[in-house]
Design a protein around this ligand. Structure first.
Ligand SMILES: NC(=O)c1ccc[n+]([C@@H]2O[C@H](COP(=O)([O-])OP(=O)(O)OC[C@H]3O[C@@H](n4cnc5c(N)ncnc54)[C@H](O)[C@@H]3O)[C@@H](O)[C@H]2O)c1
Length: 263
């Protein structure tokens, strides 16, 4: 018996590194999963790998209509929703505030926050009724950048910090019906993309020269994570049997940033 036997989840950004690992692991644990992401080729590939255990929805998390459609598709295909996983996000290629021209700032801010913050809130908003009915849970992908400086630029780090407050407030507003938690990965071997136009040098995260080595050296456990390394935390938090008393909590999966030293 898997830990999520009979459960239904909706995962945003489920075709990318960490989201894709969550989807595969949820299916392995017995869940059926609705996956929402932007890239229809990757969605089709996931569908062919996992067959009728998943449905795929092409959409943009910053759109209310697309979030509504994703929840409706999950309900239509599987009859209920037990867990909403907000995960889709973009990076800012470590861009500092003094490298963003004042006249470009508003557009960059709006675009990144529309995906990384508004996207999570809209997904949450659209799944509230279904999760109340199932007494389910929400889980959000945060980052070490939700707690510490230097793992991203000003927009990404500010947005991830905001999500700590979002999880606390949602856990408060939605109790006792819905548990709300997060997972905060550290540097992970994925091709996470940055917002277009922010930096001319921008490349996907795991193509940055030295990324793997520098990320490993920055933490006490001395290794960079693979996406699969985080997936078990999402299983635990979605499991009613194993996490029924856990809400407003964020599991750190970051190689020990909090106790990092220069030694
Ligand atoms: N890779 C890391 O080092 C790292 C570290 C900490 C936290 N995270 C977080 O993990 C999560 C997943 O990132 P990843 O590293 O797997 O990146 P990724 O780029 O591999 O995956 C991101 C996914 O989100 C989707 N997506 C992006 N914008 C979207 C939009 N507007 N609408 C719908 N889907 C959209 C992409 O298509 C992709 O499926 C993000 O929240 C990220 O901030 C990543």
């Amino acid at each position: 018996m898997g830990w999520l036997e009979g459960q239904v989840a909706l995962v945003t950004g489920g075709t990318g590194g960490i989201g894709r690992a969550i989807v595969h692991r949820y299916v392995e644990e017995g869940a059926r999963v609705a996956v929402m992401a932007r890239d229809s080729v990757q969605l089709a590939q996931l569908q062919s790998e996992l067959g009728d255990r998943v449905i795929t929805i092409s959409g943009d998390v910053s759109s209310a209509a697309d979030n509504k459609a994703a929840v409706a598709a999950a309900l239509e295909a599987f009859g209920k929703l037990d867990t909403f996983v907000g995960n889709a996000a973009v990076f800012d290629y470590f861009t500092r505030l003094d490298r963003i021209e004042p006249e470009d700032f508003e557009a960059s801010f709006q675009k990144l926050f529309a995906i990384n913050v508004q996207g999570y809130l809209l997904g949450a908003r659209c799944s509230i009724d279904a999760l109340r009915e199932s007494r389910g849970s929400m889980i959000f992908t945060l980052s070490n950048s939700a707690f510490y400086a230097g793992g991203g630029g000003i927009l990404y780090v500010t947005a991830k910090h905001a999500l700590v407050g979002m999880i606390r407030q949602l856990a408060y507003e939605l109790a006792p019906d819905i548990r709300v938690n997060g997972v905060a990965p550290g540097a992970t071997n994925t091709a996470m993309k940055s917002l277009e136009g922010l930096s001319k040098r921008s490349v996907p995260l795991n193509q940055i020269p030295g990324f793997e080595h520098n990320a490993a050296e920055a933490v006490p456990l001395k290794s960079i994570a693979e996406p699969e390394d985080h997936a078990g935390h999402y299983v635990l938090l979605a499991s009613r049997r194993n996490a029924s008393q856990t809400t407003a909590n964020i599991i750190h999966s970051d190689g020990g940033w909090e106790v990092r030293t220069h030694a």
